[in-house]
Design a protein. Structure first.
Length: 152
């Protein structure tokens, strides 16, 4: 088993913006596939507040990709997951338009729930399971999930 990365202090917003105004941010998106569909959460924070999205987050310094996937799933939707496969990547070029700076590149992982009960977080309290993409969904994610035939 790989050692857990050291707990690092989060960047201040000033430092976050300074760094990610110059380089893309590496992230993971956690596509939880269930027999009823794909798990999405309704964002309660910017950017994309009020839009459905795939749970995801930044890969922290010294953190493995696998650990980031599992951490994000636990933090954002309260479940422990098993990675099934890497299905691709998404570039969030709309972030620059929304915020005026930065963009993220996310590795898209298809996962299954190992344990736990789905729940929301401060990023998005409300969650749902979908077979068809909701109208108010982040455009890049909607295109990706349709291209992969994970949503209609």
């Amino acid at each position: 088993m790989k050692p857990k990365p050291k707990k690092l202090k989060r960047l201040t917003f000033k430092h976050f913006k300074e760094i990610y105004s110059r380089v893309p941010r590496m992230c993971v998106d956690v596509i939880v596939e269930t027999p009823r569909g794909i798990v999405l959460t309704l964002r309660d924070i910017e950017p994309w507040k009020g839009q459905w999205h795939i749970p995801g987050g930044t890969v922290m310094y010294t953190e493995s990709i696998e650990h980031a996937v599992k951490r994000v799933a636990k933090e954002e939707i309260g479940v422990n997951v098993e990675i099934r496969k890497l299905v691709g990547y998404t570039e969030y070029l709309s972030e620059r338009k929304l915020r005026g700076w930065g963009h993220s590149i996310c590795f898209e992982f298809l996962v299954r729930i190992k344990s736990g009960k789905l729940k929301g977080s401060k990023q998005g309290e409300k969650f749902g399971i979908f077979k068809t993409a909701p109208v108010n969904m982040i455009a890049e994610q909607k295109r990706f999930l349709r291209k992969m035939k994970l949503l209609r």
